[in-house]
Design a protein around this ligand. Sequence first.
Ligand code: URA
Length: 241
Amino acid sequence: MEKIRLDRFLSNQLQMSRSEAHNAIRGGHVTVNGQTVRTVGQAVVPTSDAVLFCGKSVDYKKHIYLLMHKPAGVLSASNDKKRETVVDLVEPSLRRSGMFPVGRLDKDTTGLLILTDDGEFGHRIISPKSGIPKRYLATLDGKVTEEMVLRFKAGVTLADGTVCRPAILEKAGENKAYLTLTEGKYHEVKRMFGTVGLGVNALHRESIGGLVLPDDLPAGKYTEMTLESLEKAIYDESYTF
Ligand code: URA
């Protein structure tokens, strides 16, 4: 089983800086399997060693998974010098180095966004090969017609010649429609509506596979999930769209 340095383990799991971890260890506040350890570079096995800081167990989480309700006006990125990002909205105790949004949403788009530091999981979900449906609610500057529904079903060709996969377009009121895609090309929803002469005034992602944005999760907030619960929801076979 993989071993890591105690100072690194503490700074990863408790969001301490490396020097705070050193002070904690040298100050005698850390025990490993019941023994006080003052050597900052001591090797620990995260999955089996019992590490306590100030008498409290430091639970090992290999990765963090957050389901966020992305608000408008915040950038879907890990960091940015000037603008606020979705990772900035995460409290320090849950923030991880390498945390990123799984599948970007435009700055003005709201809705379901997964944040994680698990690259393998993220890429699996985003990959076009996954075919996982993503459902958006678009507020448009015109009406959706039956002809548009059929065009989207056949696979739209964008202005630059890019061919989109077949998509499901459903009317949802006067100027609103649901659009379900199984891929995530750059500005895909807006560009698809552009091909039929419709502008998108607002865009909201409701779901990724069977994972649906909870009604009671306010914009800007998030909830922590385990990998198992996230995958179970996303790949839920009873989910139909
Ligand atoms: N398609 C878009 O055009 N924008 C988004 O934010 C997501 C999908």
